[in-house]
Design a protein around this ligand. Structure first.
Ligand code: GLN
Length: 310
């Protein structure tokens, strides 16, 4: 007689879902292409894959290259924003909170809004976040790294100088955005300083395990978080849902229903309030600039685990 080993506990069940979802994600990665926008990232292996699920109960499940520190790029915008909100809860007034379908690097959008960013997850808003963090802490990169180490002070989190330099030498669009912001009086610090810090912040490297556990404060509903006040956590999650995945935010809300953030290094991080977080790294990107395998894996995991805010 064959013994059937069915997963029993919630953690075992989530682990089974994680593995099914990871397989799904690995297959979907074939449809994407690795980012060429930052030359130093063009050589990242397209087969790299990692996935981690962190629970508010302290559980941490993972598969693949889950200790590999990858380039977090726009995922840094989420942690930089939260680091800034710890200094100034009303920083939203400077960066906005409205969705846009114009793309994360749109100069036209910024011009139309007279230099005011639409939200903190497009580049203009993120550059203003970096600027304000410099004002409050003197070092936006160190503040962002500090928040990424909130769950584990020894976590391997660094800024890759080659990636920062590579983006600095080709980042004409971000440079244009910073100049438009400055023209309209939206920057408090010198343009060169802000851009250098912004590129170094985007060049931060961390693993899916580190990102999933560091973001748990956005999922924990057990009481006021030591990291951020409850109202700020709600606002961050709301704006992640409407703007964290750029032009695909509406599609992701419809299909998956989780506040999520992506980066062109291939990372995607999603939050399930009250339950936990899930982070995937898979470098090939889809047409919008989101990780093809990452979105597919989170979609499948959320469906199996019945994670949705709706
Ligand atoms: N550093 C990249 C940029 O500013 C980040 C973009 C992204 O990950 N979506 O263009």
């Amino acid at each position: 007689m064959r013994t059937c080993t069915q997963p029993t506990s919630t953690v075992e069940l989530l682990a089974a879902h994680l593995h099914t979802a990871a397989e799904h994600g690995r297959r979907a990665a074939n449809s994407g292409a690795v980012c060429r926008h930052i030359p130093a990232l063009a050589g990242v292996p397209s087969t790299g894959f990692a996935m981690a699920v962190a629970g508010v109960d302290g559980s941490l499940l993972h598969t693949g290259d889950s200790d590999h520190p990858f380039s977090i790029q726009s995922l840094s915008k989420l942690f930089a924003l939260c680091a800034l909100l710890r200094h100034d809860r009303e920083a939203w007034n400077d960066v906005g909170w409205d969705p846009t379908t114009s793309g994360y690097g749109s100069v036209a959008d910024l011009e139309r809004n007279h230099g005011r960013p639409t939200n903190p997850f497009v580049n203009s808003g993120a550059i203003v976040v970096t600027d304000r963090l410099i004002t409050h802490s003197g070092d936006a990169v160190a503040s962002t790294i500090g928040l990424l180490r909130n769950a584990d002070a020894r976590a391997a989190v660094d800024s890759d100088i080659d990636v920062a330099r590579s983006e600095s030498s080709t980042g004409h669009r971000n440079s244009a955005i910073a100049h438009v912001l400055a023209e309209h009086g939206y920057l408090e610090n010198p343009i060169d300083v802000v851009l250098q810090q912004y590129f170094s912040q985007c060049a931060i490297t961390a693993s899916v395990k580190t990102l999933a556990t560091a973001a748990l404060f956005l999922a924990d509903r057990s009481g006021p978080s030591a990291i951020l006040d409850e109202a700020s956590v709600r606002r961050v999650n709301a704006v992640l849902l409407t703007s964290g995945m750029y032009g695909a935010a509406g599609d992701i809300a419809y299909r998956i229903g989780l506040p999520s953030k992506s980066g062109i290094g291939g990372g995607v991080l999603a939050v399930m309030p009250g339950k936990g977080t899930v982070c995937v790294w898979s470098p090939p990107l889809d047409a919008v600039g989101n990780s093809a395998g990452g979105v597919a894996a989170i979609d499948e995991f959320a469906r199996l685990a019945r994670w949705s805010v709706f």
